[in-house]
Design a protein around this ligand. Structure first.
Ligand code: TYD
Ligand code: MG
Length: 468
């Protein structure tokens, strides 16, 4: 009988396991990192587990006896942050906050610490900055000015060694733990090289287990760099309950998006600006994505009423068409999916006889927000039509509608909300699909042809008279 091997080779960088030794880890691509280790089923490991502190007798229990733990949410004190989290921070949650250095992760979490301390102690573990630096930021944010009493303290601990953190956790028993950042965490138990993915995974897992057992909340900060070096934090995504990424547009506005959320939707975005006293919520985000102008609009500009999560936003869509430079027509659009723009161009070409295949198409959204919602289709069509024909769209007109390949304007979700958002910003005309809800004013259009006719008729007639 073949004897079962009781050792394997484990990558000291990423934790990948191989039955035989290899010079290079097939998972992370690092050289000379595979080290012999006891295999999971071996007697050595079994002995280790039984000696370990996680030993519990496994048992099952009726699902009906489980406390559903609904509504155990803590407010982060920042409305936009709560919105992205699905209505506040869920107890026992592990939340990864990723983003480029300097985007405001530490600021966001220190502001959260200030709000959460009313629930109990908050432990801020800083592996990157000194206690003095964190204190300086806290002063700047006005966190200390609110006064600290015995029960609602923010504790700071500057270490990145897992064993030290565990000792402090037992002593402080915090309700919220902030680890800034996960990349600095290390322990001798997870291989000899500090700073490896394996170290980060091992330590994060230990901390996640701690908060689940102790009804606390864990925030893990993770740096993500522009050139896509996200391998580190990406490996944590499946372990945590929510993954939030902070991003910045060209302007001074920061978006917080959920890439994963076990406790809410991933459609919501939080919109912030960084001010003198930390991150502030933007009261009316549409103002960031609209350009204020006097008089007639330039050609190629349309206003779309789109949904971002549960919120209706008005955004300016800008289009430019220019004769092709290469052999084929190309689409340049980084805020709206290029395939969507190509599809809309094809619809215009087919249903309105508008020649676009000899043009390069440029699409932009003012304020730098990315739009993926279907309701933006009709506004892109109008902007392209306006750009190509050089006829401007009428002022104070907002547009919403999804286009089918047959050129129909399809019904939209939450049309009333979009019209209301438009009205509150002074838009007088609203062009969109027909709706059964009759409690708002709307010029209903059934296809792209009638939409373009409705939108451009007044202006093109005026142009004609001017020319005559
Ligand atoms: P920080 O939270 O340290 O970013 P991260 O932890 O993601 O690396 O802060 C980001 C930037 O924000 C930093 O350049 C300083 C600036 N800032 C302000 O403009 N106002 C403030 O009140 C604070 C605290 C920081
Ligand atoms: Mg930081």
């Amino acid at each position: 009988m073949k004897k079962q091997k009781n050792f394997i080779f484990r990558c000291s960088n990423c934790g990948h396991e191989e039955p035989k030794w290899l010079g290079r880890c097939p998972e992370c691509g690092e050289w000379n990192v595979l080290i012999e280790a006891a295999s999971p089923g071996s007697a050595d490991v079994a002995a280790g587990v039984s000696r370990g502190r996680h030993v519990k007798t496994p048992r099952s229990y009726p699902l009906s006896s489980v406390d559903p733990q609904e509504s155990v949410r803590i407010s982060s004190g920042i409305a936009e942050f709560d919105r992205v989290l699905g209505g506040g921070i869920m107890k026992r949650a592990a939340i990864l906050v990723g983003g480029e250095p300097g985007i405001g992760k530490s600021t966001l979490l220190l502001q959260t610490a200030a709000a959460a301390r009313t629930q109990g102690r908050v432990l801020y573990i800083s592996g990157e900055e000194s206690a003095g630096q964190v204190r300086m930021r806290a002063d700047r944010l006005g966190v200390m000015a609110r006064g600290e009493r015995g029960g609602d303290r923010i504790e700071i601990c500057c270490t990145s060694v897992l064993e030290d953190i565990e000792i402090v956790l037992e002593a402080v028993r915090p309700v919220v733990i902030i680890v800034d950042s996960a990349q600095t965490l290390h322990t001798d138990a997870a291989g000899l090289t500090p700073g490896t993915v394996n170290q980060m995974k091992y330590c994060s897992w230990e901390l996640i287990s701690w908060v689940k057992e102790h009804d606390a909340v864990l925030f893990l900060v993770a740096h993500v760099t522009k050139d896509g070096a996200i391998a580190g934090p990406k490996t944590l995504e499946h372990m945590v309950d929510a993954v939030l990424y902070f991003e910045q547009n060209d302007a001074d506005c920061r978006f917080l998006r959920a890439a994963k959320n076990r406790f809410g939707s991933v459609d919501e975005i939080g919109i912030f600006t960084m001010g003198e006293k930390g991150l502030a919520t933007v009261e009316d985000p549409s103002l960031l994505f609209l350009v204020s102008r006097e008089g007639e609009l330039p050609s190629g500009v349309a206003t779309a009423a789109v949904l971002e999560g549960s919120r209706a936003l008005l955004v300016e869509i800008q289009a430019l068409t220019a004769p092709v430079k290469g052999a084929v027509s190309r689409v340049f659009s980084d805020r709206v999916d290029q395939a969507r723009v190509s599809r809309i161009a094809a619809i215009l070409e087919k249903h309105l006889n508008l020649r676009l295949s000899d043009q390069d198409l440029y699409i932009n959204v003012a304020g730098g927000i990315r739009i993926a919602e279907v309701g933006v289709d009709l506004a892109i069509a109008a902007a392209l039509y306006s750009a190509r024909t050089d006829i401007p769209l009428p002022v104070k007109t907002a547009i919403a509608g999804e286009l089918s390949l047959a050129g129909e304007v399809r019904p939209l979700r939450r049309l009333a909300g979009r019209v209301k958002a438009g009205q509150s910003l002074g838009f007088e005309t609203f062009i969109g699909p027909a709706s059964d809800e009759a409690n708002f004013e709307l010029t209903a259009v059934k296809d792209v042809k009638s939409a373009i006719r409705t939108l451009f008729a007044p202006n093109s007639a005026a142009r004609m008279t001017e020319r005559n």
